[in-house]
Design a protein around this ligand. Structure first.
Ligand SMILES: [Zn+2]
Ligand SMILES: [Zn+2]
Length: 624
């Protein structure tokens, strides 16, 4: 291996870098304060060129500073200069969703409510959305928060639904016990037994989730078809729980400084003063990790420590001898240290492994150009342009003799970094198990899926083979309990015998009794109607669940919980790694509020629809 010395000792280089950047930045600030927008923008362009010369792709501090600068300007001073400011913010950190989002908000706000820039604003907003999923540094906290939000909303619906089951079927269960114990005289004790019975998981300290699952298993035999369907849906969704916990734990562990985020930053060419020592500090645990050597080499090459970068790449090549990135990036080192023949050879090897990678064609073109093989160079550039026109035109536009702008490195693929973040590790498992234990108590995480599948089977068996000897339901007219044992016949339909008699068109019963019955029905239906409306008003979806439209109700409840939790906690759960959070302004709040009101009214309208349909049926016939 050849020993090379870096052209400049990089500690000094870092100082020079910083000083130059800061000097340009101060010049810009001063001009901006004097409202000399044109000249201040010239300084910004210098800053941008400086950033490119350092090989930095994302310089978040300057980008966020520019966003803040654009926000603190008084409204009457809002000019096109602000938009330029935001354009430069985007140039300083092209991968930052927050910067693009700030631009989207500015475009939106600028001429609210005329909507002249609305299309541009939406485009920027969509771009920010896409970036927030592809920029790992931003995406991971977002996903972690999203998992939490989904999880809490889901659990909220589960809890409400479980209690609604308890509310609906507790008396059935008590009545059932009355039959088991043998008659009316046991009414009191059979009202208490289900309570003791249903709190067994709680008493044994099994954990919250088992309490609800236990209720499902016990109450399934009394449940209506719709309730049973929702129970099974919930259990199937619960099967995702263990995976969700593991993902969540992976993200938490990666924020906790296991080196993954540092590698992401090195890979994205993020500016951070002490990134290199942080990467080096991982040497012990990452010594056999190809991605670590790869990202380390990227950083060293950016710092113009070519000797170290070469060594790191060679280690990377040992671990992954067939990686095109290894050949390409090592080729770049050779090119930058004037070993053109070697560079050309390495690019050619890289192309054998990955013939349609535009970056490699471009680099080979540069090597040919430096070697004065103009014809060959032109062929390579053309191929590169055909393969990735946008990318190549960008690199052509910034190309210069500067070593950072001459050739293109191949970074680690994002998906690969993501995979290693969510890969199983002892730390991750420990964290996941700790979260799991809070909710699932005695059953360890590793049996999570198996036990849940067993529960689903148990529920199916319970419903099919046990408890079928009794059938209890509630009369849909008067709300009285109908029990197949008490009436000594099959329970057919959803009305009690009294109601069937009273409301059939050829009723021959006592008119007095019929009158009383009708009054009872009217009272019950009225109570149902008002309670349904009241619950719905309190929490959209709860009314639907109470009135038996459980599927629709669960859906609305989920949206309600999701919205409420997002408003209360976002983004507090996991702090984002970057400063400069964009605050939602008035027009944004107005839109969100409008959505919430529209949703709320829609659910009230739907719940009113249910009650009226039933009420009309009942009152229509009884009214005469
Ligand atoms: Zn009835
Ligand atoms: Zn009975």
């Amino acid at each position: 291996m050849e020993q090379l010395n870096s052209p400049t000792p990089s500690e000094d280089l870092a100082k020079v870098e910083k000083r130059t950047g800061e000097a340009i930045w101060r010049a810009h600030r001063e001009l901006w304060h004097r409202r000399d927008f044109k000249k201040s923008l010239e300084e910004l362009d210098k800053l941008y060129q400086w950033k490119l010369n350092q090989g930095i792709r994302n310089h978040y501090p300057y980008a966020f500073a520019l966003v803040r600068e654009s926000q603190i300007l008084a409204p009457q001073e809002r000019t096109a200069a602000v938009l330029n400011l935001l354009h430069y913010a985007e140039k300083m950190a092209p991968d930052s969703p927050q910067v693009v989002r700030a631009k989207a908000y500015w475009l939106w706000k600028e001429d609210f409510p005329s909507g002249k820039n609305i299309w541009q604003a939406i485009q920027a907003w969509l771009k920010a959305l896409a970036l927030s999923f592809t920029n790992l540094e931003e995406a991971l906290p977002q996903w972690a928060n999203f998992i939490l939000l989904l999880f809490f909303s889901f659990t909220g619906v589960l809890v409400v639904f479980s209690f609604s089951l308890l509310f609906k079927y507790y008396s059935f269960c008590a009545h059932h016990w009355q039959h088991i114990l043998g008659g009316e005289s046991y009414a009191k004790i059979s009202a208490i037994i289900p309570f003791l019975f249903l709190s067994i998981p709680f008493a044994l300290g099994w954990g919250w989730m088992w309490l609800f699952i236990f209720w499902f298993i016990i109450l399934v035999i009394y449940a209506s078809r719709a309730d049973r369907l929702l129970m099974f849906t919930f259990l199937l969704l619960l099967l995702l729980w263990p995976t969700g916990v593991r993902f969540y734990a992976s993200f938490l562990v990666s924020f906790g400084g296991n080196g993954q985020m540092e590698m992401v930053r090195a890979n994205d060419n993020v500016y951070e003063a002490d990134l290199y020592p942080k990467i080096l500090a991982l040497a012990k645990e990452k010594g056999r990790d190809a991605d670590w050597w790869h990202t380390r080499a990227l950083l060293e090459r950016r710092m113009e420590r070519y000797g170290e970068a070469e060594k790191s790449l060679l280690r990377y090549g040992e671990l992954e001898p067939n990686s095109p990135a290894y050949f390409n990036n090592l080729g770049n080192i050779y090119l930058l240290t004037n070993r053109l023949d070697k560079a050309i050879y390495f690019y050619q090897q890289a192309l054998k492994l990955s013939p349609s990678q535009a970056e490699i064609h471009y680099n080979l073109g540069q090597a040919y150009l430096l070697n004065l093989q103009l014809k060959e160079a032109e062929i390579q550039f053309q191929q590169a342009r055909q393969l990735a026109p946008q990318l190549i035109s960008y690199y052509t536009s910034i190309s210069s003799k500067n070593p950072q702008r001459l050739v293109i490195d191949l970074p680690v693929k994002k998906l690969r970094l993501l995979k290693s973040i969510v890969a199983p590790s002892p730390e991750r498992e420990e964290m996941a198990a700790a979260i799991w234990d809070v909710f699932w108590g005695k059953i360890p995480l590793k049996y999570g899926e198996v036990v849940l599948v067993l529960v689903i089977l148990a529920l199916i068996l319970r419903q099919k083979f046990w408890g079928g000897e009794i059938s209890i339901r509630r009369c849909s007219k008067c709300g009285r309990r109908i029990c197949s044992r008490c009436v000594r016949s099959m329970v057919i339909g959803h009305q009690c015998a009294q109601c069937l008699h009273t409301f059939s068109s050829y009723s021959i019963g006592d008119p007095k009794i019929a009158q009383l019955k009708k009054a009872e029905v009217a009272k019950y239906q009225k109570r149902r109607y008002f309670l349904g409306r009241f619950l719905s008003g309190l929490l959209p979806g709860a009314g639907h669940i109470y009135l038996g439209h459980v599927g629709e109700g669960a859906f609305y409840l989920f949206i309600s919980f999701f919205t409420i939790l997002k408003i209360i906690f976002w983004p507090e759960w996991i702090p984002r790694p970057w400063p400069g959070e964009v605050v939602l302004d008035l027009s944004g709040i107005m839109i969100v509020t409008l959505f919430i009101i529209a949703f709320y009214l829609f659910v009230q309208h739907r719940v009113a629809g249910i009650s009226l349909a039933k009420g009309r049926g009942t009152f229509g016939k009884s009214g005469s």
